[in-house]
Design a protein around this ligand. Structure first.
Ligand SMILES: C[S@@+](CC[C@H](N)C(=O)[O-])C[C@H]1O[C@@H](n2cnc3c(N)ncnc32)[C@H](O)[C@@H]1O
Length: 286
């Protein structure tokens, strides 16, 4: 696959999910991360952070203002349009009002090498892992470990969804969507809902300190536009893996329940912080 035929994510979809993503990411991973990065700041004077699969840049806008010190971010994506948006709309101030700058990198993240991460203080990613294969996750983890570069990987979808009120088709469609995420794309078998656990296992096997937290989207009336858009994508994708179900009626029932303010959907994800062996943080020393 070349950079120009990479699958596209609509910027409108990424913008719509940004507030729910910001609410969902696990904030209690930030303190140990800040503590780890404080040592980097003392020795290097600034942070170099690389956001992989940055999309419109929501991870940078969420995290940069929570970290202290001058920061340089490399925003990496294989979609040039998303990258232009992310660069133009980046956060510019750190928690302590230090300057934050960004540089775009139009490149395939599966080709990242330990050399690319020389001097990098942190790798971040958000809503990315399910798009990768086991080999690609293994390579990404090995690259971080070889470079001694910590990683904060958020919003890896787990496939779990709780609906209220319940509907008889919920479970079948939820399983169908998980199968959809595990699809084969150009000879690659995507890990989908298993990707977060696989990354945690890969870091742990290499002796790194791994902390995982649940991060959930709370969908419903408070995020009505996002919820409707999500249902319009989720239901057909799930139904394609469970032919024979009356998915059209299901979608109508769910949109009607959303319109009356009745529908709640909890969409489960997982966040992961991986720190080098020997790091001393609030999480404890390895
Ligand atoms: C679901 S979006 C998430 C975007 C952003 N991180 C966020 O949380 O809003 C996944 C992003 O990863 C990018 N992406 C996927 N595979 C990639 C690859 N192999 N190399 C570079 N970017 C990739 C896509 O272009 C897209 O912007």
């Amino acid at each position: 696959m070349t950079l120009t035929d990479a699958p596209r994510y609509a910027p409108t979809w990424l913008e719509l999910r940004e507030p729910a993503d910001a609410d969902a990411r696990a904030r209690d991973l930030i303190d140990p991360l800040r503590q780890h990065l404080a040592a980097t700041l003392t020795t290097r004077g600034s942070l170099l952070i690389r956001d992989l699969g940055c999309g419109t840049g929501s991870m940078q806008r969420w995290l940069a203002p929570q970290l202290d010190g001058p920061q340089r971010w490399i925003l990496q994506d294989h979609d040039a349009d998303l990258l232009a948006f992310a660069t133009a709309n980046a956060a510019t101030l750190a928690a302590d009002a230090s300057r934050v700058t960004v540089m775009p990198r139009h490149a395939d993240l599966t080709q990242l090498s330990a050399g690319d991460l020389l001097s990098t203080s942190l790798v971040t990613a958000s809503a990315l892992l399910d798009l990768l294969s086991r080999d690609e996750i293994e390579r990404l983890v090995s690259t971080c470990v070889e470079a001694g570069c910590p990683a904060l990987i958020t919003l890896s979808v787990t496939g779990g969804i709780d609906f209220s009120p319940a509907d008889p088709l919920d479970d079948e469609l939820t399983a169908g969507f998980a199968d959809h995420l595990r699809s084969h794309v150009e000879g690659r078998e995507l890990l989908g809902p298993d990707a977060g656990a696989a990354a945690a296992e890969e870091f742990s096997q290499r002796g790194w300190i791994v902390e995982q937290r649940s991060s959930v989207w709370q969908l419903g009336a408070a995020h009505a536009d996002l919820t409707a858009e999500w249902l319009r994508g989720w239901v057909p994708a799930a139904a394609a893996r469970r032919p024979g179900l009356d998915a059209e009626s299901y979608l109508t029932r769910r949109l009607d329940a959303l319109a009356t303010g009745e529908l709640r959907a909890t969409v489960h994800h997982t966040d992961l912080l991986a720190l080098p062996h020997g790091a001393t943080t609030l999480l404890g020393a390895a």
